[in-house]
Design a binder for this molecule. Structure first.
Ligand SMILES: [Zn+2]
Length: 102
């Protein structure tokens, strides 16, 4: 019943996860925890699962796009100028009528 026993009381379950780069990760779970089917590999970030023979394939690379890039896909620059003009015109009208202060 010594102090050293403290903190070791809760049973732990070590579960092996495997990623496509053949890394093995063994996070510990409380014995009564629900074990997730997948886990992100802490070494390479790929998804890992419980099947060493059949790890999940690496996800398709999604090239990072800025919000502006998405907008440019949908709108040409001319359209953007027109939309901006329209928005400014509306704002000016509302300002002139005292509806909008700034
Ligand atoms: Zn990995």
């Amino acid at each position: 019943m010594g102090e050293a026993e403290r903190g070791d009381a809760a049973p732990r379950l070590y579960v092996s996860y495997f990623c496509a780069n053949r890394h093995e990760t063994r996070p510990a779970f409380a014995a009564d925890a629900v074990i997730p089917e997948s886990w992100d590999c802490p070494r390479c970030g790929l998804p890992a699962n419980l099947d060493s023979e059949n790890p999940p394939p690496p996800p398709k690379i999604q090239p990072y796009k800025t919000h502006l890039a998405y907008v440019k896909e949908r709108r040409s620059a001319d359209e953007a100028v027109a939309i901006l003009e329209e928005a400014l015109e509306t704002l000016r009208e509302r300002r002139a009528s005292g509806e909008v202060i700034y």
